[in-house]
Design a protein around this ligand. Sequence first.
Ligand code: FAD
Ligand code: NAI
Length: 329
Amino acid sequence: MSQSLKIAIIGAGLSGISAARSLVAAGHAVVIFDKSRGSGGRLSSKRTEFGQFDMGAQYFTARDHSFRQELKTWLDARCVEEWTPRLYQYDQSGLRRSQDNQQRFVGYPRMTAWSRALLEGLELVSSTRIEKLQAQDDGQWLLLDDQQQAHGPFARVVVATPAPQAVTLLEPASQLAHAASQVEMLAGWTLALSFNQPLDTPMDACFVREGPIDWISRNSSKPGRDESDTWVIQSTPAWAQAHIDSDKDTVASDLLSAFAEVLSMDLPTAQFTHVHRWLYARPGQQCEWGALAAPELGLYACGDWCLGGRVENAWLSGQQAAKTLLSKH
Ligand code: FAD
Ligand code: NAI
């Protein structure tokens, strides 16, 4: 085997985890850094006394052959399960059952259980926001965090953050920084609700895609979730942009009214309401870069913004970054 490298990955979302797993499997020493206390990035679950909620990605689909192969191992390990919601769609003509046979999967028993399982055995440094990459004379990199601490040195660095957060980190590789700066990331609001009594509707999930609401799901219809009647409502990007600075109470009230309109019912008072704003929910355009590389500097970038804003693409982008790095070693 060729020499083992010390590699830093910035971002413990699915793309960073995906790259890390490949690089560790190839015998390299990988350290992942994340600014959050937890991990998983936009695979995010909130646990409360009123139930748990997948606040970011709702489910994932699997189209690529290599991703489907991995999926089998995750299903066997029971960190992922298929979710078969009673799916609806809503438009001007109202609410109707969707004729849809797409297979959809979720982390089990919550979205982050999957990312946690994938992180097992990997070295994660959490609550550490990396602000800058500093080149050393020998070509290695030091990572400087927002507390002025230096981490490293590392022979290679993979930046696996959303595009806007990648731009300054990638400054030493101007072409990569420029590419990342061209990617607009769109915002989104997520509303989590829990009711005392189950809402009187057969609907488990609904594509709306217009006005305030993009998507509705009954979180408790997913496998392994708890028994309270929990719901997650996600806004469209356009509505989020128009309400980007609104206060959370107003956002909750607007999304709740739109939810009641979709269901054509007066909603009971929720026993729990929580609102989260995603500044970088999804890339505004579909790039086909796979991953970005400046091998002469030992710098790489991956994330859903390199391939399209879906869970599967984040995974594939991380795989691509690792493959390119390994091929240049
Ligand atoms: P992220 O998950 O964003 O990971 C990046 C990580 O980098 C984060 O953990 C962040 O904390 C960290 N980070 C950023 N800057 C720094 C720094 N300076 N230093 C250290 N760490 C840093 N996809 C689907 O396929 N199906 C869905 O149903 C779906 N629904 C979605 C709903 C919402 C509300 C959102 C927000 C996204 C949804 N997506 C969905 C998209 C999916 O979640 C993403 O495509 C995927 O999770 C992105 O993974 P990533 O690794 O590219 O980025
Ligand atoms: P998918 O195959 O379920 O959806 C693909 C697209 O087809 C959807 O965006 C939707 O517009 C349409 N669609 C699929 N089934 C439909 C139905 N039954 N009725 C009406 N429209 C339907 O999943 P895929 O391709 O894996 O996409 C991921 C999902 O993640 C998408 O729904 C996307 O919108 C969502 N997402 C949400 C984000 C957010 O911030 N809310 C961010 C990134 C992705």
